[in-house]
Design a binder for this molecule. Sequence first.
Ligand code: CA
Length: 249
Amino acid sequence: MYTKLIQDFLNRQDYINVIPRAALIDMDGTLYDSMPSHARAWQRMMAEVGIELPVEDFFRYEGRTGASTINILFRKAFGRDATEQEVKDLYRRKTELFAALDPVKPMPGAAEMLGFLEQIGIKRVLVTGSGQSSLLNRLNEDFPGAFALDMRVTSRDVTKGKPAPEPYFKGMELADVKPNECIVIDNAPLGVESGHASGAFTIGVTTGPIATEELKEAGADIVFPSMHDLADALPLLVYGLITTSRNYN
Ligand code: CA
């Protein structure tokens, strides 16, 4: 069913096949319906330092580390990077504002997706640009046993966050897999770009205001309109990946 797009992927990457042994999974907007709260907290925090932006803008920065987003906004507004102290203070303030909002809920469909991966023995690795403990600490409660502590890449583990491929490379390292032995699941253009650059089969999920086309342009090999749709399609997609090999024309 997915043969054509899988073959396109194999040809482009010059792989013979894809045997998924690990799934590298983003957190905010993928496992948690947390992006509206993050965007709101970012908007309020930046407004406090005099940078007024519409809330939608903050969806564009999704996936970046906090420091990277702060520096981009500082360069635009003040023509300079933020100091280390400013980054620390502002990220702490953003975290406070986020925590004051209504608690975020797990993304519908995420638990089913994780359950299927477990069932068929695909390792699950968290790859997030977040360093926010409020959600990281909830993972085990909301998705029991899904992400072992040594199967998590957070903002603390990388020097160059998404859209650079480093976070997903780190995830492959943790799972001890090659790029053609994993799939990436991410909801944001920068995250998809990172997954695509890492050479993994990259699945985009549009769980927010970002359009399907934008995730495709960022390099998604396939895009689903919700985590539910992905969870429903995953058995066939994984079967397609395992059974399709490169078609040399
Ligand atoms: Ca995300």
